[in-house]
Design a protein around this ligand. Structure first.
Ligand SMILES: *Cc1c(COP(=O)(O)O)cnc(C)c1O
Length: 429
């Protein structure tokens, strides 16, 4: 594969950006490679600046659920931008998008748009603290919530119940406000609550953890978390930045039929433009400025062009059988590959939920971050460049999930299945 131009651009980019990138995972560090500069994309395909073609299963890390350059999204963006790109005043698209979401989501009454998932989470946590008047928060090992200070925290060692920072620049005092628990362990969470009974403002989790492998949880576990929150007067935040509008219109909340108190969204909600949102009941959202005392603002919040892209995307997601179709095609893809892996006795499985999948280099179910053997990533390291050479683009880390868009037809998936099989054989013998 010729990657001359990407290599030259990356060399220049390293002078301009730390590690040559504007978001760390893009540097291809965990697959020991150099990133490809992408020139353009359409439907399920992307092309790099050297003209190599890929079937794209990264889908911009989730937002492109309709594939790239969907005609309706493109038209909506064109219409919006022709009217002007930012006003710093209310515009109609945001209203229509919010109404459409509220009408089709049982657990949401009101929302606020922001410009990224990180911003949505940061604001949701502030709202939970402002609402409850408490300061500690609980998060889980293996869930990612963006680069918010008090969420860049991992479990402390030994007997410490508070977290320690997982990034330089996060003061210990912040990290100590965050309690970290293991997923799929109700007793540990009960103990955490008991030890901090008066202090926990909220529990935040990805109800479908999809940033550290795909660590599927049970409905009963989500209900147990919810019951603990109710018992101790804490709010439950579902971070649905990935799962929202992905596994169904109501995301994980609808899939499991479990309601949270506050929701955070991102990715799909902007249809490829920078959008995030946090949402809740009117009673809780009433605490946000200017109605309430929790301050939150944004110069480019609800940017009209971004709202138009989100609106066009969300409308397509509401079309009949959209999610059944997504799930069916993804299951076709993962099913065919799982049959192949089983036949060949390869110790690998594709875990699937809706149109999300993850290459699990282990035979047993994995529901906690600590169950992933870091050594198993050596297989992914070999798979990734091989898949690229054969025209398949996956996110450059074995801890990342893949996405199937509505543009991934059965025909394209067949092509991908064949390529995956060939690459599995080459890596595993
Ligand atoms: C991507 C992601 C975020 C952060 O969103 P950004 O738009 O990257 O800031 C937060 N939470 C979850 C679950 C995510 O997947």
């Amino acid at each position: 594969m010729n990657t001359e131009r990407s290599a030259e651009y990356f060399k220049r980019a390293k002078e301009m950006f730390p590690g040559g990138v504007n978001s760390p995972v893009r540097a291809f560090g965990s697959v020991d490679g150099d990133p490809l500069f992408i020139d353009k994309a359409e439907g399920p395909y992307m092309w790099d600046v050297d003209g190599n073609e890929f079937i794209d299963f990264c889908c911009s890390w989730g937002p492109m659920i309709l594939g790239h350059k969907h005609p309706k999204v493109l038209a909506a963006i064109e219409e919006a931008v022709n009217k002007g790109s930012s006003f710093g005043a209310p515009s109609y698209y945001s209203l229509e998008l919010a109404e459409l979401i509220v009408q089709n989501h049982r657990f949401i009454e009101m929302m606020r748009f922001v410009s990224s998932g990180t911003e949505a989470v940061m604001s949701a946590v502030r709202l939970a603290r402002g609402y409850t008047g408490k300061s500690k928060i609980v998060k889980f090992e293996g869930c990612y919530h963006g680069h918010v200070d008090h969420l860049l925290v991992k479990a402390g060692s030994g007997l410490a119940t508070f977290g320690v920072s997982s990034s330089a620049g996060v003061p210990d005092a912040f990290a100590q406000e965050t309690l970290v628990a293991d997923l799929n362990d109700v007793e540990a969470l009960e103990a955490l609550f008991a030890a901090n009974a008066e202090d926990i403002a909220c529990v935040i989790l990805e109800p479908i953890p999809a940033n550290n492998g795909l660590l599927l949880q049970e409905r009963s576990y989500l209900l147990a978390i919810k019951a603990l929150c109710e018992k101790y007067g804490s709010l439950l935040i579902f971070d649905e930045v990935i799962s929202g509008f992905r596994v169904g219109f109501e995301g994980a909340s609808g899939w499991y039929d479990v309601a949270a108190d506050i929701y955070t969204f991102g990715k799909i909600i902007g249809g490829g433009m920078p959008v995030g949102a946090f949402a809740a009941s009117k009673e809780i959202m009433g605490h946000v400025a200017p109605l309430g005392a929790v301050y939150q603002a944004g110069t480019l919040s609800a940017n009209p062009v971004a709202m138009a892209a989100g609106l066009a995307t969300i409308k397509e997601c509401l079309s009949e059988d959209f999610y059944q179709n997504q799930g069916r095609r993804t299951a076709y893809f993962t099913g065919a590959l799982n049959d192949f892996l089983l036949e060949n006795k390869y110790p690998i499985k594709l875990v699937q939920m809706g149109s999300i999948f993850w290459l699990r280099f282990a035979e047993e179910r994995i529901s906690k971050a600590s169950q992933i053997d870091p050594k198993s990533m050596q297989y992914f390291k070999k798979m990734h460049p091989l898949l690229l050479e054969n025209g398949i683009y996956l996110g450059p880390s074995g801890y990342e999930v893949g996405f199937v868009s509505s543009a991934h037809s059965l025909e394209i998936l067949d092509k991908a299945i064949e390529t995956f099989q060939k690459c599995f054989k080459e890596v595993l013998g």
